[in-house]
Design a protein around this ligand. Structure first.
Ligand code: SF4
Ligand code: SF4
Length: 96
């Protein structure tokens, strides 16, 4: 299992993968922020999250940001934000 995880980490680095949000699918629940903060800081603290979901008003458009602190959930086979997004809005993608 450990070998599979390190294989995936290596593949992610070689392919320059990152996470991204399909804002058309996102419902603004911010679960991704909570689980990301749990991974990065050990606490449910959206301020520690590397993924940010921004919705200035309840009916307004949603935007997202992936910050430098994202380590693609090193050590996990599926990044938390991908695994726990209820609408499958977060996905792995190639980065330039
Ligand atoms: S968990 Fe998914 S639906 Fe919820 S805010 Fe994050 S991207 Fe949007
Ligand atoms: S991949 Fe992991 S560290 Fe990166 S934004 Fe998603 S939950 Fe946070």
């Amino acid at each position: 299992m450990k070998e599979r995880k390190s294989d995936m980490e290596r593949a992610c680095k070689e392919m320059r993968l990152g996470v991204a949000v399909d804002v058309e699918k996102c419902n603004g629940c911010r679960t991704c922020e909570l689980v990301c903060s749990l991974h990065l800081s050990g606490m449910f603290d959206p301020y520690s999250s590397a993924i940010r979901i921004v919705r200035p008003d309840v009916h307004g458009p949603i935007s997202s940001e992936i910050r430098d602190g994202c380590d693609l959930c090193s050590g996990l086979s599926i990044p938390y934000c991908v695994e726990f997004c209820p609408t499958d809005a977060v996905f792995l993608t190639r980065v330039p």
